[in-house]
Design a protein. Sequence first.
Length: 271
Amino acid sequence: MTDPLHAELLQLAQEAARRAGTLLRDGRPADLAVARTKSSPIDVVTEMDIAAEKLITDLISEHRPDDGFLGEEGASTPGTSGVRWVIDPLDGTVNYLYGLPTWSVSIAAEQDGETVVGVVVAPMRGETYHAVRGGGAWATGAWEGERKLTCRPSPPLEQALVSTGFNYVTGVRTHQAEVAGKLIPLLRDIRRGGSAAVDLCDLAAGRLDGYYERGLNAWDYGAGDLIAREAGALTGGRPGERPNPALTVAATPGVFAPLQRLLEDFGAWHD
């Protein structure tokens, strides 16, 4: 039976993500411009990132005023309830800026530091993913009804399709390209979608065998990490670590360890 609090958090996350996704999809101006940059001139924030985060935090605060927030676009309050919301209002901003469809809204809820609810909405796909800790991972989309997600059976590493992403800081992305170049001959192929949350959900849905990336923040992987794990995937960072900004790795059980070892050998976590 789902914990009543977790059920409440899930319902609220789904509603907030749905509304933000609708705002982003239907409210995107034709002359969308960059509002500011972050780590580099190509690491952009649009006015819609900011508007979507405000929509989410306002809605959640209306229902749960004592909760804390950690949001990519600046929402940061500690709260007093033991619940913290980890929000990426627009994961895949560059895709969104260019009119590419792979972007998402990601909302996770933590209770006493552990992620208990995750919701990812991919509006241009018409898909929504969600998980509650211990309750499996689920999705709705073009298919009929709600579908329980299960990651693919693990292939040999040389037959694994793995996704990754690249940082916006030139030195970091150059190193990431070198790591990818070493990996490609050892895998079926590498994909680069542009939204970490979508990549993790694609792993959960059986569309990928693995995913890794350096430089992610908690809001990038918070919801997707739970969804992938609840679908049967393994997730972590460097050996013995949880996902973190140095390295995030997620894969089917048979692919996870050999992929993680290669990433450690190739120094995927440092310049």
